[in-house]
Design a protein around this ligand. Sequence first.
Ligand code: UD1
Length: 438
Amino acid sequence: LRWQIEGRMDRIAIIGGSSLSGSIPISGAKNSAIKLMAASLLTDEPLRLTNMPRLADTRFLGRLLARLGASVDEREGEAGSETILHTPEILGAIAPYDLVRQMRASFNVLGPLVARTGQAKVSLPGGCTIGARPVDLHLKALEALGASIDMHEGYVYAQAPRGLRGAEIVFPFVSVGATEHALLAAVLADGQTVLRNSACEPEIVDLAECLISMGANISGAGTTDIVIEGVRRLNGATHAVIPDRIETGAYACAAAMAGGDVTLTNTRADIVQSLLDKMVEAGVQIDSVGAAIRVRRGEGRLKAVDLTTEVYPGFPTDLQAPFMALMTMADGESRIRETIFENRFMHVPELTRLGADISVSGGEAVVHGVDSLNGAEVMATDLRASVSLIIAALAAKGETVVNRVYHLDRGFERLEDKLSACGANIRRIRGEAREGHE
Ligand code: UD1
């Protein structure tokens, strides 16, 4: 198997046992930022996104947008990082495999390209290796909006020479990506579109709010029924990316695992309420005031609690691995059920290497809390799994080395800086930039 490495083969080394204290600033949401970047293709005017995270995934998408004709201007503004995206003209509505495979969400350029130019050729995505992750709902939504879709040689060819037209789309099950994709296409369609059984995730509300400031006519985002009245054109706008609820949740788990007193800033408690409720149930002290969430954990073990992943506002699948890490040392037995993706327990064998006692059967993991974990060499397998290893390592005895942290770099900005500022003993070991085989 040949594999290509994006950037360096860095590793992260952690010596567990230090409690955390201080504050951690939360970045803008990766999962929102990449859809907002795709939305910039819908207008010939500049879209200015503030509170932008700086991540491998946003960099990948920036490269793809540049290929499509966008200028991508990243700068440090007064309120942090921002990106100004400007596509006066689409230079060729083709998204090639080498750019789409690096990040699944780049597939979301398909809708905006068809909406703006009447045609597009976009590679089928690669992305995280969690389950099959098809894009059939995305394509059905575009077809319902009047695009004709063909697939050959790994590419989707979409055509709507006379433009898209509004339609009623009933999703057979909830999909975040398909809801967003339909929204991105329907804003420029002729007439009314109604999306039923839509996802309600905060990132969808964020996308709708950005599109509304670009001149779109959308109501009901954040509920299951979204109504879009198509407009002829969209304009530029300035929009602040919503805080990253997955990063928020991961650091909340990290603070609870290591113990201590950490305040997460520039975030919101309401977007991680399902996690905070579980943490309180487990014995963590949570106080939230405005944009800050204070996480405290005193002496003694946490209590094991059960959870099931669900669509928003239920417990997010992206925080299942971090929460499982927290449960590895809790008192008792925790049953963790994954219902959104198959194959999302890849962190289990790695947590086991650290001494966790976890058994998996089908979509359920049973975690028996142990008294202690021991540092070991482990491997990051995907984005969410890798942060769970970091969390476990914070409480493990001795040193843990996490390999393949390029997975982590896709979604967490300056993780080792944010944790070491709170007293964690964590460092990055720089690797060589290279390509390899395995
Ligand atoms: C998004 C998030 C991801 C999160 C997930 C669920 C981004 C970039 N990623 O992923 O971090 O874990 O929501 O909250 O925003 N499905 C189909 N056909 C489709 C589309 C999806 O069968 O056309 C299935 C998927 O395989 C999965 C389920 O639907 O089993 C939900 O997936 P979806 O909500 O679409 O997740 P993503 O948008 O891919």
